[in-house]
Ligand binder design. Structure first.
Ligand code: NDP
Length: 376
């Protein structure tokens, strides 16, 4: 028999039930989930929705597994997780290695075990309680946030060269919205290497990438060959010339040397699609050189925000249209931007310190709620 370890770190539920993703990754440890859960509390507070913070997952490697094997693992995990989650207690969603297929299997087992059809998970298929736009929300939200940053700084997404890392849910939907807004996406990557083209990705090529990655699980090396792009084995995107960098793969994927290379190559804005992809040294370097920098807890909050909207729809027994969810998402990203500006702006037209603004705004809300509820 194969044995894997699963975790759920329930960090804080002072402003709402625990909420945060589940990750399947063979290298996963409890300490990774603790820092992700900690960050999630402030991110969720920043969205303005009533949701607390948690994170979970298992050290299961989904790569190369059949559908049946994935299903059986999800069922085994839910047999344990069922005791800790629920629509008013803790509502997990997807993350690295956990997409709509996995959430479907987890939800099916939850429903079987509890004999209740309730919104105990988000990221479900749209035909059984999932929200329109949940799949796209994190990547789209990153671009909405970048647009707000550029609006504030007097710029525009149109015509910008954008380096994106990763080729998963967040990266591909960030690329899709970037193209729709007129930008040139010059890189995508995975843990094997980076594909690069200075002219940028066409919408048609993006469809090919999505098909190859999502339906067939291809590597970026194969994708690069198919669309006729350069492939740089073992390299990250951070040596490419670009105006904007969007790290959308995983934690600590962009260090201080990468930050220097980006700055030398003309990068003026960095927004985190992934959770904590930039090391602390890299962030210091960006801020020293006046590069606009948005932390993940602000820039990638669109995913959990639409998860919050999915929970609201489930509780109302209603389904909102795609346009309505998109409008709400844009409004939430703008509100997060404004909160960051309020706490991280200098009031004198100088660039906003988004790191400071996001930390203070998230912390204040949570701390106030905890103090008001007394010592427990
Ligand atoms: P996916 O599993 O869909 O995609 C992850 C991508 O990152 C894959 O292309 C993967 O490549 C790549 N990757 C993973 N590890 C590495 C590595 N060490 N070096 C280079 N590339 C790597 O995950 P998501 O897109 O959902 O998540 C990406 C990030 O965004 C994570 O940090 C996640 O926590 C964060 N996030 C996700 C949200 C969501 O809604 N899904 C919400 C908010 C944040 P490979 O196939 O080679 O492993």
């Amino acid at each position: 028999a194969q044995v894997n370890r699963g975790w759920r770190v329930q960090f804080n539920n002072a402003i709402g039930p625990y909420k945060g993703g589940l990750r399947f990754d063979p290298g996963l440890t409890e300490s990774v989930l603790k820092f992700l859960g900690f960050e999630q509390c402030f991110k969720n507070a920043l969205t303005g929705l009533p949701i607390g913070g948690a994170k979970g997952g298992a050290n299961f490697d989904p790569k190369g597994r059949s559908d049946d094997e994935i299903m059986r693992f999800c069922q085994a995990l839910m047999n344990q997780l069922v005791h800790y989650i629920g629509p008013n207690r803790d509502i997990p969603a997807g993350d690295i290695g956990v997409g709509q297929r996995e959430i479907g299997y987890l939800f099916g087992q939850y429903r079987t075990l509890t004999r209740e059809f309730v919104g105990a998970l988000t990221g479900k298929g749209v035909s059984f309680g999932g929200s329109e736009l949940r799949t796209e929300a994190t990547g789209y939200g990153v671009l909405y946030f970048v647009k707000d940053m550029l609006d504030r700084a007097g710029g525009d997404v149109d015509g910008q060269r954008i380096a994106i890392s990763g080729a998963g849910n967040v990266a591909l939907h960030a690329a899709e919205k970037a193209i729709a807004l007129g930008a040139r996406v010059v890189t995508l990557s995975d843990s094997g290497g980076t594909m690069h083209d200075a002219d940028g990705l066409e919408q048609e090529q993006l469809e090919t990438v999505k098909r190859m990655k999502q339906d067939r699980g291809c590597r970026i090396e194969q994708v690069a060959e198919e669309v006729g792009w350069d492939y740089r084995k073992g390299e990250t995107p951070w040596s490419a010339e670009c105006d904007i960098a969007l790290p959308c793969a995983t934690q600590n994927e962009l260090d201080s040397d990468d930050a220097k290379a980006l700055i030398d190559n003309g990068c003026r804005l960095v927004a985190e699609g992934a959770n904590m992809p930039c090391t602390a040294d890299a962030v210091d370097r960006f801020q020293d050189k006046g590069v606009l920098y948005a932390p993940g807890k602000a820039a990638n909050a669109g995913g959990v925000a639409v998860s919050g909207l999915e929970r609201a729809q489930n509780a109302q027994h209603l389904v909102w249209t795609r346009n309505r969810v998109d409008d709400e998402l844009q409004k939430i990203m703008r509100d997060i931007h404004d909160r960051c500006e309020r706490h991280g702006g200098n009031g004198d037209g100088r660039p906003v310190n988004y790191r400071r603004g996001a930390n203070i705004a998230g912390f204040e809300k949570l701390a106030d709620a905890m103090i008001a509820q007394g010592v427990l």
